[in-house]
Design a protein around this ligand. Sequence first.
Ligand SMILES: *[C@@H]1O[C@H](CO)[C@@H](O)[C@H](O)[C@H]1NC(C)=O
Length: 304
Amino acid sequence: MVSIHVIVTFLVLSILVPRSYSFNPIVSLSPKSDVDLLEFPLNLEYLEAEFFLYGASGCGLDAVDPELAQGGPPPIGGKKANLDAFTRDVILQFAYQEVGHLRAIKRTIKGFPRPLLNISKEAFAEIMDNAFGESLHPPFDPYANVINYLLASYVIPYVGLTGYVGTNPQLQNPTSKKLVAGLLGVESGQDAVIRAMLYDCRNEQVHPYGVSVETFTNRISILRDKLGNNGMKDVGLGMRMLEGPEGRALGSVLAGDKDSLAYGRTPQEILRIVYGGGDECVPGGFFPRGAHGRIAKSYLDTII
Ligand SMILES: *[C@@H]1O[C@H](CO)[C@@H](O)[C@H](O)[C@H]1NC(C)=O
């Protein structure tokens, strides 16, 4: 009896197993979806690499590691920022970390050439104007001084961080998960350093606007949530959240949900933010011609 059961089970399994592969093609699909999810953040890594490289050194990827740009157009408006020695040191380290991130992603998947990036002072001024709902006078210049550069930096790695948190549960392949965990770790670290440096001077006024550093971060965070259009996933330095940390400490040196877990964002939400207009189908902001890769292109193709 037992041996008949075993034989029957074996026969049933040998019929079912190949079918289950064809019905549920995890094996052939998962690497493909992983590839799409892994190439998407290249957009943000290029943006960060160029903004930090220019800010710290006055030149970008074309000077440092031209092969990684793969012939993509040079960014618009990058400049050496007026930084003190400590900040320049930190930002230069971030810049080279982004170069490493680009290399690590491209070693895992084919990727794409650098998209056209707009990191001009006008691009950042527009974000700050949107954050305040009025034109700042004079227009905000991210490259003018340490505080402005840190506020401009506040705009970027956090978006990458939420993207990696959102991507992680979608990944199938252990190699992809390992890569994303590694990227997420350092991206969060960068965000934490920027936030800590700003937290230290949160009550200072941002010259000449008469508005505190803390208020700038709150406005930027509120704008990101508005553009992302999918709930509360952003916390400025002075946004005393009802929820965390445990509702028992006042400040928000780091962002997190009610259990102090990092928020995740989808590629659509990220595109809405980095395009600056809240629409994943309408390029602009840091990406005047749109982001690259299958996921980003799929939204661009929807416009006629
Ligand atoms: C860069 O951004 C600014 C501000 O939005 C805009 O005025 C300028 O035309 C942009 N440059 C390009 C080439 O898209």
